[in-house]
Design a protein around this ligand. Structure first.
Ligand SMILES: Cc1cc2nc3c(=O)[nH]c(=O)nc-3n(C[C@H](O)[C@H](O)[C@H](O)COP(=O)(O)O)c2cc1C
Length: 314
């Protein structure tokens, strides 16, 4: 499947794996790149030297293009940027802020830059600053969220910018990919789907939570603290929702390290199991390669069938 995104990134399929804090390890990223998508390491709050090691590990595991995701709220963001520049990472995705002033630095090194946006205004700004594509992330997604749905955001972005648009949030299969392409996107980014993959190194409890969740089980915590995040409903999520109203300082306190506790320990009582609404669409753990191949196959089939049904040709 060739799109402007596959051409831009030199990949086989228009599927990016979301750069997820903790979850997007070198092993997961390399598996996605080896399967023809774009694997992305989630730098989040990694100390710079650990990030350097992670990048070198991916390079050992794949010779295909891969990316690093940076978040501008990281305490060592500037140092992480230096590492990414020094290590010649092919693609960088940047979330949680306006990266306009950083884009030229990456471009000078020949890197591709894909900011994550949740509004058309920010998309316009980053396009002007030289971004190669934008990842439009709707509020259905797992992790930190904006406030516009994927269907509205992507439709708006394709009319707003000339660079390729990648749809993220709520997409977990070929029907989601087909819908994104019909809206005018050039590809998709999936996060939650890849948590339920064999190569994902999350604790088995995390994967089970994704499999068990219904479409209404991925709720928002932290909205009252100014950093809303979508997580799977559990005892801890309920506690955070209560505390963020009654005792916000305490809520902030217990949130520290809670994603790590979910990822490494599968700690149901103290873990934030970040995942999107698409958890309710996922019912099996599969190898990354199969997830990608089935997504492409289903998208092609559903696009053909829809054309036959409504337009009268295949
Ligand atoms: C556990 C988890 C952690 C995430 N961490 C980040 C992050 O550090 N940076 C970022 O840009 N996006 C992050 N995201 C968002 C993903 O990169 C991706 O855009 C999103 O998961 C796509 O929506 P989906 O979950 O519906 O597939 C995270 C998502 C999850 C589920």
């Amino acid at each position: 499947m060739k799109t402007k995104l596959t051409e831009l990134l030199g990949i086989e399929y228009p599927i990016i794996q979301g750069g997820m804090a903790w979850v997007a390890t070198p092993k997961l990223a390399a598996a996605v790149s080896n399967a023809g998508g774009l694997g992305v390491v989630g730098a989040a709050a990694m100390p710079p030297e650990i990030l350097r090691e992670a990048i070198r590990t991916v390079k050992k595991l794949t010779d295909r293009p891969f990316g690093v995701n940076l978040i501008m709220i990281s305490p060592q963001f500037d140092e992480q940027v230096e590492v990414v520049l020094e290590e010649d990472v092919p693609v960088v995705t940047i979330g949680a802020g306006n990266p306009a002033t950083y884009i030229p630095k990456f471009k000078e090194r020949g890197m591709k830059v894909l900011p994550v946006v949740s509004s058309d205004s920010l998309a316009r700004i980053v396009e002007r600053a030289g971004a190669d594509a934008v990842i439009g992330e709707g509020m259905e997604c797992g992790g930190h969220i904006g406030d516009v749905t994927t269907i509205v955001l992507v439709r708006k972005l394709v009319d707003t910018v000339k660079i390729p648009v990648v749809a993220a949030g709520g997409i977990a299969d070929g029907r989601g990919l087909a819908a994104a392409l019909v809206l005018g996107a050039d590809g998709i980014q999936m996060g939650t789907r890849f948590i339920a993959s064999e190569e994902c190194e999350a604790h088995e409890n995390y994967k089970k939570m994704v499999l068990k969740a219904s479409i209404r089980d991925a709720i928002v915590t932290g909205a009252n603290l100014g950093h809303p995040a979508r997580v799977i409903r559990n005892q801890f999520a309920r506690k955070v929702r209560k505390l963020e109203v009654e005792d916000p300082m305490k809520a902030e306190e217990i949130l520290v390290g809670s994603l790590r506790k979910a990822f490494q320990e599968g700690n149901i009582a103290e873990g934030s199991f970040m995942a999107g609404q698409s958890s309710g669409l996922i019912d099996s753990i599969k190898p990354v390669k199969l997830i990608i191949e089935e997504t492409i196959k289903e998208a092609v089939e559903v696009l053909e069938a829809t054309c036959r049904k409504y337009v009268g040709r295949g």
